[in-house]
Design a protein around this ligand. Structure first.
Ligand SMILES: Cc1ncc(COP(=O)(O)O)c(C=O)c1O
Length: 362
């Protein structure tokens, strides 16, 4: 090894010198797995507590071959489930990949920007920054709705991300308000992230895809379908948007085991299982929200599989969670400094959590 290489390795300077300059100050997304944590009850990533893999009966014939870029059975199953035409669906490695693909397809680095409404899911801004695309970080209103004068505020932004239900607040924006934005911004892509829509399906705008060329809807199997580990999500949009994104997508974005698992999750039996689990999670979530209120927290209406709770004394609740092996999600965002997000879980874990909160209120 030459002296130069030895020197670069020991200081890490080579990567710093070669990297795109905008990455030097970029703080990567603090995913639940990156943050880590210690405990027995994991309610920090809005995952499902259920493991349905045993139901799938997946057999890996053909694993020696590359998979189809867009596995036809998977696209067909998602079309049947969502009511969206097959030519309007792209499958990929989670909704996160769809966010990145949209930015790479439609935004010119160093020139264009995206807009989003905070506090919201962090990956819109982080994905944009990794491609040197600007971020117009707007705020939701005090009651977590879209601002009125949105057209004036977004300027010539290429993509506007609306998270509905919104992570981490759990609040929703009604369909009419989203449709208003779509019509107000005919030259902008309005991307509605419906990662949690199975918990409040009436709010979906997927049925408007036929009507508006500038609407994109993001979906995932990571939440209600309990397949976060498989990495499978969907972009729903007009055929012309899909065709453009397909120019950018990786050659094999959906591994064969993933498409088999996902297709099975979208079978009639899979959808029934998902629906039952959503009902059970919502019931547990309602009990948890009540218990948090009993403890003195302010909770927001929970339309996803999680509840955001605000505490007068955040360190007291953090101590209770930590000492009892419960891993929930806290935030660096100053707007959320006294908040913790709790993902809904199964009956046993919910009961355990409620018991912990109860003695304090007695
Ligand atoms: C609003 C929102 N969108 C997208 C994602 C990412 O979904 P996926 O696992 O499909 O990449 C998440 C994950 O937490 C999310 O909360």
């Amino acid at each position: 090894m030459s002296e130069n290489i030895r020197e670069s390795r020991s200081t890490g300077k080579l990567a710093q010198r070669l990297a795109r300059p905008e990455l030097l100050s970029l703080e990567p997304y603090q995913s639940a797995r990156r943050i880590g944590g210690q405990g027995d009850i994991w309610i920090n990533a809005n995952e499902s507590p259920f493991n349905n893999a045993a139901l799938s009966g997946v057999k890996l014939n053909g694993i020696n071959r590359y998979p189809e870029c867009q596995p036809p059975e998977l696209i067909s199953a998602y079309s049947d489930y969502s009511g969206v035409a097959k030519e309007c669906i792209i499958a990929g490695r989670g909704a996160d990949e769809a966010i990145e693909l949209l930015i790479r397809t439609f935004c010119t680095p160093g020139k264009d920007s995206i807009a989003c409404f905070g506090p919201t899911y962090g990956m819109y801004a982080i994905s944009a920054k990794t491609f040197n695309v600007g971020v117009n970080a707007l705020s939701l209103t005090g009651d977590y709705q879209l601002p009125q004068d949105i057209a004036a505020r977004i300027g010539n932004t290429k993509l506007v991300f609306i998270c509905n239900p919104n992570n981490p607040t759990g609040t929703v924006i009604d369909k009419a308000s989203i449709e208003r934005v779509i019509t107000q911004l005919p030259d902008t892509l309005v991307v509605v992230d419906e990662a949690y829509i199975e918990f409040c399906p009436d709010y979906s705008v997927a049925d408007l895809i036929d009507k508006y060329d500038n609407l994109v809807v993001l979906r995932t199997l990571s939440k209600a379908f309990a397949l976060a580990g498989a990495r499978c999500g969907f972009m729903l949009a007009s055929p012309s948007i899909c065709e453009m994104v397909m120019r950018v997508i990786a050659p094999y974005p959906v591994p064969l085991p993933v498409s088999l698992l996902a297709t099975s999750a979208l079978s009639e039996q899979g959808i029934n299982t998902m629906t039952e689990q959503v009902t059970s999670l919502k019931a547990c979530g309602a009990r948890l929200s009540n218990a948090l209120q009993g403890y003195g927290a302010k909770v927001l209406p929970a339309n996803g599989n999680f509840v955001l709770a605000q505490f007068d004394d955040i360190s007291a609740i953090q101590e209770i969670l930590l000492s009892n092996g419960i891993v929930a999600r806290a935030y660096g965002d100053p707007r959320l400094a006294t908040c913790i997000r709790f993902s809904f879980s199964n009956t046993d874990e919910t009961d355990f959590l409620i018991k912990l909160l109860a003695p304090v209120t007695a």
